[in-house]
Design a protein around this ligand. Structure first.
Ligand code: DGY
Length: 326
């Protein structure tokens, strides 16, 4: 009997590829870049399972190009806004993601951005590297402290909670906004975190950190109106998905001085960055590094591999996002 075929759209950590090769014939993209649409179609054709990254658009046409034998699209990311899940469900294809394994890494990087933007780490680093004159000065590159300040967490899933826990260690108070209030024990574990409507959270927070998924409801959740509610001394941090923020409106707010700064790991048209952000000193810009640790990327790839293999072996994949298909 011929072995099932698994397509991997971009190189993954070796332990995951080894695990996949034990179970199937594995094709791995030879390119160190996202595949273009034609390459993606060719890659998925005839595959029983496909491991995708967040830059691969998986829509009905691509699923049809794969063929009726396709059982599983295993996204190597917790976010799955790159996949048309309804189209997959219609075709009986299970979509899986990688929740949990990247929570700590992403929360750590969020704190790096919070500290980076409030304490002007990027500016200071550039100053030294550029060889500009400096001496210890009472008023040189003063930032904003975190102790006693309020962190507004938008989306209190695993990553939002982990960020809140870390922020407690910096002496911050936590407010959060979610469609449904968290259970009392969760609020208590976050230092008595208060559930607020988004507008109120934006008004009272010194730092707003975004941790919601990208959905039609959260696209441009932080638009000009939302930004206008924030304090001129407040900072916005986004390690979720770029399109949650209207980048042009963010540039306008920074330019107008109605916001103190922003720390961004994700962008509206990734990997493009709004030119108005690139020239500003009050923003810290990272190239989507939230989950970028060796341990986390390996764990993400292993979980995606387990999801795909489980589907091929007739077992329940550990983290399906459309389990109704099973
Ligand atoms: C995810 O998993 O959704 C992250 O954005 C990847 O770093």
């Amino acid at each position: 009997m011929s072995r099932a075929r698994i397509a991997v759209t971009r190189r993954l950590p070796e332990p995951a590829l080894e695990r996949l090769r034990e179970a199937a014939e594995v094709w791995v993209s030879p390119h160190d870049r996202p595949l273009d649409l034609g390459e993606l179609r060719d890659a998925v054709a005839g595959a029983e399972a496909v491991l995708t990254l967040l830059h691969d658009r998986v829509d009905g046409a691509l699923l049809d190009a794969a063929g009726e034998q396709l059982r599983c699209v295993a996204n190597v990311a917790v976010g799955f806004d790159n996949i048309d899940v309804a189209a997959a469900s219609e075709r009986g294809v299970v979509v899986t993601n990688t929740p949990g394994v990247l929570t700590d890494a992403t929360a750590d990087l969020t704190l790096a951005l919070i500290l980076g933007v409030t304490r002007r780490v990027g500016e200071g680093e550039r100053w030294v590297r550029e060889g500009r004159f400096w001496s210890w000065d009472m008023f040189f590159l003063l930032g904003a402290g975190l102790t006693g300040k309020t962190l507004g967490v938008v989306g209190l899933g695993g990553i939002g909670r982990s960020v809140a826990r870390r922020a407690l260690g910096f002496g911050m108070e936590i407010v959060y906004s979610t469609p449904r209030r968290a259970p009392p024990d969760v609020e208590a574990s976050l230092g008595g975190a208060r559930h607020l409507p988004l507008d109120e959270l934006l008004r009272v927070s010194d730092v707003v950190s975004l941790h919601c998924p990208l959905t039609p409801a959260t696209r441009h959740l932080i638009d000009a109106r939302a930004l206008a509610l924030m304090r001129p001394s407040a900072f916005l941090v986004n390690t979720a998905r770029g399109p949650v923020v209207d980048e042009a409106a963010l540039v306008d707010a920074l330019e107008a001085g109605t916001l103190a700064g922003a720390g961004l790991d994700v962008y509206e048209r990734e990997p493009e960055v709004h030119p108005g952000l690139l020239e500003r000193d009050d923003v810290v810009l990272l190239p989507h590094l939230g989950s970028a640790t060796i341990e986390t990327r390996t764990a993400m790839a292993m979980l995606a591999a387990e999801n795909a293999i489980a589907m091929l072996e007739g077992r329940r994949p550990p983290t399906a996002v459309n389990p109704d298909v099973l």
